[in-house]
Design a binder for this molecule. Structure first.
Ligand code: MRU
Length: 348
């Protein structure tokens, strides 16, 4: 199944519970948009495009399960739902982008309450379907960058679970493998929530793509010793100059790759670009609970002494000069980012 799906017969949203993987595969169902906001916050669903799609479906749930009798009442209620959904997590721009896209449709809608309900469902489904199509387009462009025999370091989870289906950076890797290239993936475990060892490894195993998990700190060793030829990761928000906010640890990985002349690529849909922000310093960085760091156990015991405190930024910013290129659904963008992105967008 897709990471998230709309169930027409039950008017509900079904999402894979990513908190439980790889130990258990369970599907959660949602009828209340507030529960969808909580699922985004608690990372039942995660990954920038996936949380955007979830928010779109959250808006559809708000419309379908509202008791509003008139169009103005329903629209007012949907604006309140939007306010709740769009602040569930701050860094991925796809969340606000999807909510805004839903609101634009909602605000322009006339007709009956039923018409508006149908229209919100249609738009949420369209966002999800487009996401899958965009991922396949990025995968085809990006796969050209991968050579037969490459070992690729990949950070976080950017596979089918991070989107509606297929994947961004991992989607590129899947495509290269499907094209017959013999490749191997070094999977950064991605502390503290371990999206690499829990989710990316789980996905790669199912696709039959050779991989090995490495601790995040080991990437420099593999890059310096010539054992990795490319670095690929995704993006949660890209500033107008090409600075990329992505899962914490991406910056250190890119620095080590750059110092060792290993190409670094970020793969993302154009909806991840925030042209309103001139550079990456302006991107809001989510800081999550310290328990995510302190709660990690070793031999069944907490790793840190009792009473210890921790800092837990969930993302960091990789400055644009560390990238070799950026892969989008319109093609590969080479520096300078803004000029070439705008040119590419105008071309097609
Ligand atoms: O905290 P997460 O798991 O939502 O972070 C996800 C990432 O950082 C991904 O790399 C990013 O969303 C791009 S994946 C499509």
């Amino acid at each position: 199944m897709r990471t998230l799906e709309w169930d027409y017969s039950r008017t509900e949203l079904r999402m894979i519970n990513q908190r439980l993987l790889p130990a258990r595969f369970e599907i959660n169902t949602y009828q209340d948009y507030r529960d969808v906001a909580a699922a985004i916050r608690d990372m039942v669903v995660r990954g920038a495009p996936a949380i955007g799609a979830a928010a779109g479906f959250g808006m559809a749930l708000a419309a379908c399960h509202s008791g509003a009798q008139s169009l103005p009442d329903l629209k007012a209620e949907l604006h309140r739902a939007a306010d709740v959904l769009k602040v569930a997590r701050p860094t991925a721009v796809n969340l606000g982008w999807a909510v805004q896209r839903m609101l634009t449709v909602i605000d322009s809608q006339s007709g009956t309450v039923e018409d508006l309900r149908r229209r919100t469902v249609d738009e949420a489904v369209r966002i999800a379907d487009e996401d899958v199509e965009i991922n396949h387009r990025m995968a085809h462009f990006g796969a050209e960058l991968i050579q037969d025999g490459d070992t690729i370091i990949h950070h976080c989870n950017t596979g089918a679970l991070a989107v509606v289906d297929w994947g961004t950076a991992l989607g590129v890797i899947r495509q290269a493998y499907a094209d017959g290239k013999k490749i191997k993936v070094l999977v950064d475990e991605t502390r503290p929530r371990l999206q690499g060892s829990r989710l990316t490894a789980w996905e790669l195993q199912q696709y039959g793509i050779p991989y090995e998990i490495i601790s995040d700190g080991a990437a420099g060793y593999f890059l310096r010793s010539g054992q990795a030829q490319k670095v690929f990761f995704g993006a949660d928000r890209v500033a107008a100059n090409g600075d990329v906010a992505n899962k914490v640890g991406s910056y250190m990985l890119a620095l080590a790759a750059h110092a060792n002349h290993v190409p670094v690529y970020s793969v993302f849909p154009i909806s991840s670009v925030d042209l309103s922000l001139e550079n990456g310093d302006l991107i809001p960085i989510e800081e999550r609970d310290e328990d995510e760091v302190l709660g990690i156990q070793f031999h069944g015991e907490p790793v840190a002494p009792q009473g210890a405190h921790a800092r837990n930024p969930a993302f960091d910013v990789t400055p644009h000069h560390l990238f070799t290129g950026w892969v989008t659904e319109k093609g590969i963008v080479y520096p300078p980012f803004k000029k070439n992105l705008l040119r590419l967008m105008a071309q097609q």
